[in-house]
Ligand binder design. Structure first.
Ligand code: CTP
Length: 407
């Protein structure tokens, strides 16, 4: 589920070359289910036209303080009424200075003064402008006034220089906004997780692995971070970017994964094993590439340690959540795994429903029974798993709280 669904957002676009990225941001916000009203400054309109934003947001674009399309010609008041947030992206040094001073010479700045919703700004400017004491002073003042500053990013700038000042990419802004709106049901919790496959080397160029994409684990790590948890993600080899705010360590084999988990798990509140850990590894790893001989080749495999079972057996260990990927008999096998590993909660799915894809269908099993979740995108499934986990954790600390209603 996107936390931006049904949110009323005002997207302010001021005059920087990053305004072209704001067009993509508007598109992504709409895709996430937000209702977006774009307010374009005069300089912003020099970079991207109102028609572009109108087409992408599906709503009229506002530029003029005296626009009479609004009731009573009070665009500066009407637009911020009912808004859940105003996001200015890109925000120039100039608009930041005006906001810090409380100046309101145009529609966007007036709107920011006449608001009772949160204001978030994504600065975009040349590195010298960002590093100028006046800009840093204005940014500090805005923060002190409760404004959320998103970025800026480091990298190559439109002028060819390299440094701090680029606007964050639309994907990063979207993720930060999601985090901003997500209920903080796991605040104060430290979570250690595993995700992805493991790779068990046979020789320097070959190995045994499986087809886990890591998408479910990464979606869950992101959802936990958005819910306010501190997340340590121990990841096998995947082609995925780290979710924002998640501390990731990359490993290859099950033994490396185990070592990385045990290093981090002391004092953690929750451990979630999402990784598809290889159950066996080659007994020996050849130092050099094995040459073909035309003869049959036998590999001896030895069992890998069960990381989840080991963590679940720790004295004073964390609350443990497992995953069970099965190809049949889901209820029976998942329940058996939960009991065998001593887990309060396990998430089961049929591999044909989720492996590698962007959607999943899972059933949560706990002391109260089975709780099927509707099929959906992995990020939506992840936030439902987080809600369930938070209810169980809450029930542990306050026994009167009902922990679930589904059967
Ligand atoms: N797991 C683990 N270490 C292993 C194997 C599994 O931590 N060596 C964890 C997984 O991350 C998952 C749970 O245990 O949370 C179940 O994993 P799964 O592969 O479904 O089951 P296995 O216990 O390996 O049993 P089987 O392969 O026989 O189904």
């Amino acid at each position: 589920m996107s936390w931006l669904a049904e949110k009323n957002l005002v997207l302010g676009v001021t005059g920087g070359v990053a305004a072209y990225k704001a067009a993509d941001l508007a598109r992504q916000l709409v895709k996430a289910g937000a209702r977006v009203s774009v307010v374009l400054s005069e300089a912003g309109a020099r970079f991207v036209s109102a028609a572009t934003f109108q087409a992408l947001s599906g709503n009229p674009v506002w530029t003029d303080l005296w626009d009479d399309r609004m009731s009573n010609s009070m665009a500066h008041i009407d637009l911020s009424r009912g808004a859940d947030a105003i996001l200015i992206a890109p925000a120039t040094a100039d608009v930041m200075a005006k906001l810090a001073q409380g100046l309101a010479p145009d529609l966007l700045t007036t709107l920011c003064l006449a608001r009772d919703c949160p204001l978030l700004v994504a600065p975009a400017m040349n590195r010298q402008m960002w590093e100028h004491p006046a800009t840093l002073r204005n940014a500090a003042q805005l923060k002190a006034d409760g404004v959320v500053i998103l970025g800026p990013d480091h990298g190559e700038q439109a002028c060819g220089e390299i440094g701090l000042g680029r606007m964050l990419e639309p994907e990063a802004l979207l993720e930060l906004l999601e985090t901003y709106f997500a209920p903080k049901v796991l605040a104060g919790t430290r979570i250690v997780m595993t995700a992805g496959p493991t790779f068990e080397a046979i020789d320097p160029v070959r190995g045994i692995t499986n087809s886990s994409s890591g998408k479910m684990g990464y979606a869950l790590a992101r959802a936990c971070a958005q819910a306010g948890a501190q997340v340590n993600l121990v990841s096998g080899p995947v082609a995925l970017a780290s979710p924002l705010g998640v501390d990731r360590v990359s490993v290859q084999s099950a033994l490396e994964m185990r070592a990385a988990v045990l290093e981090r798990v002391a004092g953690a509140d929750v451990f979630i094993g999402v990784a598809a850990v290889a159950d066996y590894r080659p007994a020996t790893q050849a130092e050099h590439k094995i040459k073909k001989s035309g003869e049959a080749l036998a590999l001896t495999l030895v069992p890998n340690p069960d990381i989840l079972a080991e963590v679940a057996a720790l004295p004073d260990g964390p609350f443990c959540v497992g995953f069970a990927a099965e190809s049949q008999n889901l209820d029976e096998y998942a329940a058996r795994k939960r009991a065998a590993k001593g887990l309060p909660m396990i998430v089961g799915n049929l591999v044909q429903d989720g492996l590698g894809g962007d959607e999943n269908q899972v059933v949560i099993y706990d002391d109260l029974g089975r709780h099927p979740l509707p099929r959906g995108p992995k990020d939506r499934v992840a936030s439902q798993i987080v809600s369930h986990l938070a209810r169980l954790m809450n029930a542990l600390t306050s026994p009167v709280t009902p922990c679930t209603t589904s059967t």
